[in-house]
Design a protein around this ligand. Structure first.
Ligand code: KE4
Length: 425
């Protein structure tokens, strides 16, 4: 057995499925996961010294690539003064100031430790602020493993075929209204039937946990209008898209201001961080000022704040977004060209540094379209790519990420491998 196989065998005796997060288990693409011992720039080195061009980027945080020198230096500097204080610290203030400056909807922000905590807290705040119970979410969107949101959820839940997780009381799920993404009539009806008890809509503005889906023209504007008209809150879950699709996220790209925004991934620079923010009037409902309780031992951790500040500073200083558009389009076009030559139906939704692959005849507009795509073709491509040094997310229901560390050679090599992989299907 090679090193990864030995490690996986041992891990499975100690950790459920041998992984600390289900989507890492390769269950839908087959085979066993490799173990990573080092990561630098756009590359992972497995415990068997295989080097891979990485398009998972630790599921989004590594927007500057792995082991970024500026982030390392920021962590090392903070580390000199200790790892956690349990009191307010200067880094938290700088992080909050940067988020307020960068994210259009954020007047005040609260740090937490994961995207799940961010969405869970935003939901609780919306309910506490409005005094209402119902939440609207969209089928296939994934907002972390929050009880009330693990209903028709995407990402690992969808990958493993349990979008409605066990362990969620029916009474909890009953407070969640699930609508198809891009279904305008469905949202209008939900408000017409029960708008006075709808606390909020939570949405990934560009869903990226069932592959990547883009909104119909006017759809996000409709969500904003219906929430405003019904005094419900609009929550953008930008844990994945924040700082990646624009410095201010999708809300900056589309010019729509949600009432609350959930954030994470990039703002931790690779360390565990989440955040949620929005209008000061709403945020001030949080303890210790208001009646909505929310807390966290390591929230605002100095090391994580220092890493996130360095990551945000670098994004602001380097403005990588035009480069992301160029690299994303280069891979997209290579994939589409190869599929055309092969006579395979392929959709490659791509925005900046995010892209996904659906082997489907027509553009994917919702979860049903996504699950009707030929996922076995994706799985074949995944395996071919991995065998040829390119690591895609191990599920057809995830999205690929590019970092500023993916240089021209990485993109050209990956485009060639993926095109050859498509031709091999
Ligand atoms: P975390 O709790 O995993 O930090 O964030 C949850 C979350 C919330 N909102 C969105 C839009 C997300 O994409 C996520 C987490 N993303 C997945 C990848 N699709 C994390 C990977 C994993 O579960 O291991």
């Amino acid at each position: 057995m090679n090193s990864s196989e030995q490690l996986f065998q041992r891990a499975q005796q100690l950790i459920p499925g041998g992984v600390n997060s289900p989507v890492r288990a390769f269950r839908s693409v087959g085979g066993a996961p490799f173990f990573t011992k080092r990561a630098n720039g756009a590359h992972l080195t497995t415990s068997d010294d295989v080097e891979l061009i990485d398009f998972v980027c630790t599921w989004g945080p590594a927007v500057h690539g792995h082991n970024d020198p500026n982030i390392r230096e920021a962590i090392a500097t903070a580390l000199n003064d200790g790892t956690s204080f349990g009191t307010p610290n200067p880094y938290e203030v700088e992080m909050a100031a940067r988020l307020v400056e960068i994210v259009p909807s954020v007047e005040k922000v609260r740090m937490c430790n994961s995207g799940t905590e961010a969405t869970m807290s935003a939901i609780r705040l919306a309910r506490g602020y409005t005094g209402r119970n119902k939440i609207i979410k969209f089928a296939g969107c994934y907002h972390g493993h929050v009880d009330s949101l693990l209903v028709k959820a995407g990402s690992g839940a969808l990958t493993l075929g349990n979008p409605d997780s066990a362990g969620i009381p029916a009474s909890f799920a009953a407070e969640t209204i699930v609508i198809d993404y891009n279904d305008a009539e469905g949202v209008r009806e939900a408000f017409a039937n029960g708008g006075d008890d709808i606390a909020a809509i939570i949405v990934e503005p560009y869903p990226a946990n069932c592959g990547m889906i883009l909104p119909d023209a006017g759809y996000l504007e409709l969500l904003r209008k219906l929430c405003t008209r019904n005094q419900s809150l609009l929550i953008f879950d930008e844990v994945m898209t924040g700082f990646r699709l624009a410095l201010g996220g999708v809300q900056e790209r589309v010019g729509i201001t949600p009432d609350l925004t959930a954030l994470g991934k990039i703002i931790g620079g690779g360390l565990p961080v989440g955040a949620f923010g929005g209008k000061a009037e709403i945020m001030d409902y949080l303890a210790p000022l208001g009646p909505v309780y929310q807390a966290g031992t390591l929230s605002g951790n100095p090391l994580a704040m220092a890493a996130g500040i360095a990551s945000l500073k670098k994004l602001k200083d380097t403005n990588p977004y035009p480069l992301f558009e160029k690299m994303g389009a280069q891979i997209r076009d290579a994939l589409l060209e190869a599929a055309r030559e092969k006579g395979l139906a392929l959709q490659v939704p791509q925005v900046g540094s995010m892209f996904a692959l659906f082997f489907a005849e027509k553009p994917v507009r919702n979860l049903d379209d996504a699950t009707s795509s030929q996922t076995e073709h994706f799985n074949q491509l995944f395996k071919y790519a991995l065998d040829h040094g390119v690591y895609l997310p191990p599920s057809a229901y995830e999205t690929c990420f590019i970092s500023t560390a993916h240089d021209g050679a990485d993109i050209e090599q990956a485009a060639e491998v993926l095109a050859a992989g498509i031709r091999s299907i």
